[in-house]
Design a binder for this molecule. Structure first.
Ligand SMILES: NC(=O)c1ccc[n+]([C@@H]2O[C@H](COP(=O)([O-])OP(=O)(O)OC[C@H]3O[C@@H](n4cnc5c(N)ncnc54)[C@H](OP(=O)(O)O)[C@@H]3O)[C@@H](O)[C@H]2O)c1
Length: 265
């Protein structure tokens, strides 16, 4: 069965790939990167876990995908369809499909973007960029990949969101564009879950909060994180994998933290 990790060149995405490589029911993985394909030696989790042999882990096929390019997402879906049809002829499996999909791509800051401390710094460009990367691709990918997910007896369509996208949990303020884009993502996930409950009842559609994780995205803000609250990417990936594994058909439309507890939307 196939697993797809989008944004797999990032800290959490790369660790997610490694976690999925050791999932017993995953036989092939397609992982996307935008700018640089990660070297195989970046396999921190594989190296740190002495019980797992990298040689027996599921191989990974890398695919370059710019998520703000809608036509590239359509081409990516074509690629997955052809990959799955090849698997049918080789393995003679009547129902090969996508078991796990997880979108780990996202942006908080880049050369043009910096999280706003005050509304005085807010710009429409920053919001548009944040939404284009953090929210829109999850729905475009759902539009294209839905029919592939329905072929499994249970499939998970997950996206890495952020607790700061919760409206009722917002006590600190700031970070307008990031918060708004994650809130939009959460609404997309919730709405998709309602639609797919009818169309593809065996698909669990969820938003996941990874906890503060030591990656490039959180780097400028790590000094404010209390000791023990900053997870390594491999720890986060193992938590998220456990949450995805714990889902069962019929459980959908949830916003779940790294430890599986629900977060208010
Ligand atoms: N780290 C945390 O503490 C934390 C906390 C809460 C939520 N999150 C969420 O977790 C997710 C993963 O974050 P991370 O910490 O792993 O960040 P990261 O290391 O900066 O990785 C971000 C990933 O997103 C990809 N990406 C960005 N823009 C893209 C685009 N236009 N097209 C395709 N891919 C694009 C990056 O690709 P390139 O490397 O090619 O740019 C990279 O693979 C994000 O959604 C983030 O909001 C993280």
């Amino acid at each position: 069965m196939l697993a797809v990790v989008v944004g797999a060149s990032g800290g959490i995405g790369a660790a997610m790939v490694e976690a999925l490589r050791h999932e017993p029911d995953v036989t092939s993985i397609i992982a996307t990167f935008r700018s640089t394909q990660p070297a195989p030696t970046q396999s921190a989790l594989t190296q740190s876990d002495k019980n797992l042999s990298p040689a027996t882990a599921t191989p990974v096929e890398w695919y370059q995908l710019e998520l703000t390019d809608e036509s590239a997402i359509v081409k990516f879906a074509d690629h997955l369809r052809s990959k799955l049809s090849q698997q049918t002829s080789v393995a003679d499996d009547p129902q090969p499909g996508l078991r796990y999909f997880i979108n780990c791509a996202g942006v908080l800051h880049n050369d043009q973007l910096s999280p706003e401390k005050t509304v005085r710094s807010f710009t429409s460009e920053a919001l548009a960029t944040s939404v284009a990367i953090n929210a829109t691709p999850t729905l475009l990918l759902a539009r294209e990949l839905g029919p592939l997910l329905k072929q499994e007896s249970h499939a998970v369509y997950a996206t890495v969101s952020a607790k700061v996208g919760s409206i009722s949990d917002n006590r600190l303020g700031g970070w307008y564009s990031y918060r708004m884009s994650k809130a939009a993502l959460n609404m997309a996930i919730r709405t998709l879950a309602v639609e797919w409950q009818r169309l593809y009842p065996q698909v669990s559609v969820v938003a996941l909060h990874p906890g503060t994780t030591a990656t490039a995205l959180s780097k400028p803000f790590q000094r404010n994180v209390p000791g023990g609250k900053l997870f390594s990417a491999d720890k986060t990936a193992n938590f998220l994998m456990a949450v995805m594994r714990s889902l069962t058909p019929g459980r959908t439309g949830e916003f779940l933290s790294w430890d599986g507890t629900p977060i208010p939307w």
